[in-house]
Design a protein around this ligand. Sequence first.
Ligand code: NAD
Length: 335
Amino acid sequence: MAKVAFFSTQSYDRRFFENSSDTHEFEFFETRLNVKTLDLARGFDGVCVFVNDKINEEVLKGLSEIGVGLVALRCAGFNNVNLKAAEKYNIRIMRVPAYSPEAVAEHAMALIMTLARRTHKAYNRVREGNFSLERMIGFNIFKKTIGIIGTGKIGQAFCNIAFGFGARVIAYDKYPSDAMKEKGVEYMEFDDVLAQSDILSLHCPLMPETHHIINKQSLDKMKKGAMLINTSRGKLVDTASVIQALKDEHLGSLGIDVYEQEEKLFFRDLSDLVIRDDQIAQLMVFPNVLITAHQGFFTKESMEEITRTTIQNIDDFAAKKDSGNEVSCKLLKDC
Ligand code: NAD
């Protein structure tokens, strides 16, 4: 049996997790886990966190001092965890590596479809009785070149969807997939993917080497009028450069499910407040920009899988068993 404190809990997390285990004891906190809130974890064996909880050295040291031995991530990405410090303080880090890659891949395609056919505009127009097609012209995805950065689980699911549309699929990955090559994905250098893509979709993890992988130089290398889609992590993209490329009409459109400064905004209802983040405020008014608030993962199927795997991770921790879902410096090439 393990006692686990859940942080960054939304009503839906509580709904899925509340009666999910007969063995373990859960308590739910809405607040993020950080140095100021970590005392809430006193008396617990583990904490369960999400994408915007910063599990840095200070937090890990604090957790070890109060006897917490597990950080269970309710997500796949672990860029928010200092793995070296986790090792130093002997805290196990477990994640949900693949709850539903299709959920995120389908969301990326939803962003593309919306921007390509302007359905976000059409929805509002028709509700206001405006049935005009002026400035509504879209473009076919059929026969377009879709570039994919990172062909892991989500990237591969996305390749399959793109093939279904009759697109040409090109990709850059440090470790190309033979299975995807067989399916027709053309691997090439990063700069060639930038230069040839009509639509560029990011599916690589955030690491020091991928931070701002989309910056002024890479945007300059993209085709004029291309579409950029980011459902991976906000910090892959230098927001200031993207805003400039949109203003210059070099970048044709932008669809993002993640945002560089999303910790201050996403997963909260700020509708009665003034948005103080000037960059997102600017992006929100561009007609060729579509923003969703990190909902790529958010399907019924994903939530069921996240719950199932997280309970399994807590079971393994409580039983002191090895887990295939553990992330540590030992298991990674780059740490
Ligand atoms: P994965 O580990 O299966 O695949 C990542 C791929 O990126 C691998 O093939 C890897 O070789 C490749 N890669 C690593 N470094 C690279 C580099 N420098 N350049 C190009 N490719 C590189 O991960 P996944 O499950 O496909 O998830 C990808 C990312 O999607 C996660 O890291 C996470 O940030 C994001 N994600 C977002 C949501 C959402 O709700 N929007 C949900 C889940 C995951």
